[in-house]
Design a protein around this ligand. Structure first.
Ligand code: UDP
Ligand code: MG
Length: 317
């Protein structure tokens, strides 16, 4: 295995965890006989994390630290780590010692088998059940159903990626939880393996219960990006048709009554409803067409391609 690896670790106020994590990680990485680098991304920490990390970088050339100017969130931290990583395989893990560095060799083995992303599954999760594990189980089930990428544990940071895949990911907001689903648009092979999970001994979790709702909204975005980004008219136009039928059927029924039976229809609520639905249908269809134009601006304006190449065979020029 001539591969090199980069370990990317987002850090936000983890002063008591950094050194024990570093020691443990170092021991595992040294045992691998591979070239490696440890990239800590200091996400605007306000405790001693900043100084501790710089201290590690001073004494160990394999430590690389990126300091953010302020707290940008875990997704931005992971994304910066991907940008700077040089290893052939990139591993992400939490800084709070909840992930176990001893799982890294297992992840690498799976990558060697040919997978592009290997995701950890905290099978025996050590977080409070009602407020953390249960909501997360439900979220995992919903995300799997909606995206069609079935994983037991979307929330586990401990993952391994082939460099080519990680580098292509465009991560915004808090989308790091959806990486496996987002990556399917590139056509990747994903494996999930059980990993160890430990309680958080030091420092506080950075997320509360409100995460559940944010995750559901993010899921809506992910579903749209995965299914309809390149053809928004399918979703908006579809709703437009639906409302057109809902509006047109009663509308023509009323017109017939008026024309053939001379009934007066001006006072009927049904008329109001059918006109409303007809207007809504026009709105949806025109929004769909606008979205189609925006999608084109999105792809063409940023030079973003609607495809990803796995490899190219043969010489160019
Ligand atoms: N983290 C970060 N920026 C943030 C929030 C969290 O870099 O704004 C880091 C945090 O230091 C930890 C990891 O992301 O290394 C996961 O955070 P946490 O342990 O709080 O999440 P939980 O395990 O509770 O889901
Ligand atoms: Mg944690």
């Amino acid at each position: 295995m001539g591969k090199s690896i980069s370990v990317v670790i987002p850090v936000y106020n983890e002063q008591d965890n950094i050194e024990p994590l570093y020691e443990e990680l170092k021991e595992v990485l040294d045992g691998l006989n591979l070239e490696y680098q440890i990239i800590f991304v200091d996400d605007g920490s306000t405790d001693e994390s900043c100084e501790i990390l710089d201290g590690l970088a001073d004494k160990d050339p394999s430590v690389f630290v990126i300091h953010f100017r302020r707290n940008f969130g875990q997704t931005a931290a992971i994304s910066a780590g991907f940008d700077y990583a040089q290893g052939d395989v990139i591993i992400t893990m939490d800084a709070d010692l909840q992930n176990d560095p001893h799982d890294i060799p297992k992840l690498l083995e799976k990558i060697e088998e040919g997978y592009d992303i290997v995701s950890g599954w905290r099978k025996n999760r050590k977080d409070p059940y009602l407020t953390r594990t249960l909501p997360s189980n439900i979220a995992n089930w919903i995300i799997s159903k909606v995206t069609g990428v079935y994983l037991h544990d979307y929330g586990c940071t401990l993952k391994a990626y082939r460099k080519e895949v990680a580098k292509e990911l465009k991560l915004y907001g808090e989308l790091h939880r959806f990486i496996p689903a987002l990556a399917t648009e590139m056509g990747v092979k994903i494996a999930e393996i059980p990993v160890n999970h430990r309680p958080r001994y030091k420092g506080k979790s950075k997320y509360g219960f409100s995460r559940v709702f944010k995750v559901l909204l993010d899921l809506l975005v992910v579903k749209f990006l995965l299914s309809y980004r390149t053809r928004p008219i399918r979703i908006l136009g579809g709703m437009g048709f639906l409302f057109f039928i809902l509006g047109a059927v009663p509308f023509f029924y009323l017109i017939l009554k008026k024309v053939f039976f001379g009934a007066s229809i001006g006072h009927r609520p049904l008329l109001l409803i059918s006109v409303l639905f007809l207007l809504v249908s026009i709105q949806f269809i025109s929004m769909g067409l606008l979205a189609e134009m925006i999608a084109r601006v999105y792809f063409e304006g940023q030079g973003k391609k609607p495809y990803y190449v796995r490899y190219i065979k043969g010489k160019s020029l």
